[in-house]
Design a binder for this molecule. Structure first.
Ligand SMILES: NC(=O)c1ccc[n+]([C@@H]2O[C@H](COP(=O)([O-])OP(=O)(O)OC[C@H]3O[C@@H](n4cnc5c(N)ncnc54)[C@H](O)[C@@H]3O)[C@@H](O)[C@H]2O)c1
Length: 353
């Protein structure tokens, strides 16, 4: 195969960032799009050069097209499981947005189906591909902070006059736990934070969470302020703090949120800032060790680069016959982690993984 022929299933808000790497890579083409809103599918399909007869509103019709190699699934979470199984049954490789499913049993079924069909299954996690995160990982792997002991992740959500437009339909399913799988901050966005914990430190063995609730508009509740703490094997720990501040004004081109990571090792500390928001006027990576602070700014900091790098890794892996990152099995582990946080908050006690 010379070109990876890609179909988009769901052309909502985030599809714009998914398209970037494909549009820029001569080894891949976006050849089909589907959205139940045909107007949306047409608008994006035409912008990306998709032929009119490959713009669909029924995804079963799209999956029947023989000239599609891989389906990018960008649907609300409750649809990921069935759409993935349907794409695999139609003989297509799959890249499904995080979280891959609502339950571990569904994730298992997806992994088994892909493996039985000999098809690739990527769980689309992009935060681990954010260039400052990649630099921090390289510095840690080079031993700059010694053995990583703790990871602390902070998400500040607020408001922004510069944020991109999010359709109310994209908020509606996120605020419905049956469609989202949990809350928008701790489960949906939290997946990225649990993936970061997993990426830097390995799989947690115990999770304890407090998930709060804030009314952001009449009848609309966000799952914040929240704290999730967890224990990794070997006396190592991590935490996520997610806060929504209605009067916190942020600069962003995407969501009104700023994320920061602090990893402490046996001989140093590393900080990663930025992400969607640009809250602190600091270099994106700062390292402290041996009584000295070093800053790293020689990397792109736009959040879109996390998507470009994630997709590029998948295209590289596809042509090299390697595994995409995350694999279905990895995605299942991160899902297990995210679900444990929901379960812990519900039970009011720690949950072992
Ligand atoms: N990686 C990230 O940082 C990131 C950021 C945002 C969203 N996401 C993920 O991307 C996915 C989509 O999120 P979004 O923000 O673009 O949501 P969205 O609501 O804007 O887009 C979803 C689209 O799916 C379409 N759709 C729903 N049911 C359909 C069906 N049966 N057939 C065809 N189309 C259907 C909707 O019309 C909509 O356009 C979610 O899994 C979300 O978690 C990831």
């Amino acid at each position: 195969m010379e070109t990876l022929r890609v179909a988009f299933l769901g052309t909502g808000r985030i599809s714009d960032l998914h398209a970037l790497a494909y549009l820029d890579d001569e080894r891949a083409d976006i050849v089909a799009v589907c959205d139940r809103s045909i107007d949306l599918a047409r608008a994006r399909g035409r912008r990306w050069g998709v032929a009119e007869n490959h713009i669909f509103s029924d995804y079963h019709e799209m999956l029947a097209a023989p000239d599609i190699d891989l389906v990018e699934i960008l649907l609300p979470h409750h649809l990921h499981h069935q759409a993935t199984l349907d794409a695999i049954a139609a003989g297509k490789h799959v890249s499904v947005q995080k979280p891959m499913a609502l339950t571990v049993a569904q994730a298992d079924e997806m992994v088994t189906a892909a493996s039985a069909a000999g098809l690739s299954l990527k769980v689309y996690e992009n935060f681990i591909f954010y260039p400052p995160v990649q630099r921090a990982k390289a510095l840690i792997d080079d031993g700059e902070i010694g053995d990583p002991l703790t990871i602390r992740i902070k998400s500040n959500s607020g408001i922004s006059p510069t944020e991109w437009e999010v359709p109310t339909s994209a908020l509606a399913w996120r605020l419905n736990p049956e469609e989202c799988g949990g809350g928008p901050l701790v489960f949906d966005d939290g997946h990225h934070k649990f993936a970061l914990g997993w990426h830097f430190m390995g799989m947690a063995e115990e999770v304890h969470a407090w998930i709060g609730s804030t009314e952001t508009a009449p009848g609309m509740f966000l799952d914040a302020p929240s704290i999730v703490s967890w224990k990794f094997p070997g006396n190592r720990y991590g935490s996520l703090e997610a806060v929504y501040s209605p009067g916190l004004v942020l600069d962003t081109s995407h969501y009104a949120q700023d994320d920061r990571i602090e990893i402490t090792g046996s001989k140093g500390v590393i900080w990663v800032t930025r992400g969607h928001g640009k809250m602190m006027d600091l270099p994106p990576v700062v390292l402290y060790k041996d009584r000295q602070t070093r800053s790293f700014s020689d990397m792109p900091v736009g959040w879109e680069h996390s998507f470009i790098n994630s997709t590029r890794q998948m295209i590289d892996a596809f042509f090299a016959g390697d595994a995409p990152q995350l694999t279905g099995e990895d995605g299942r582990e991160v899902l297990r982690f995210a679900l444990a946080a929901q379960e812990s908050a519900r039970l009011g006690q720690a949950v072992k993984l």
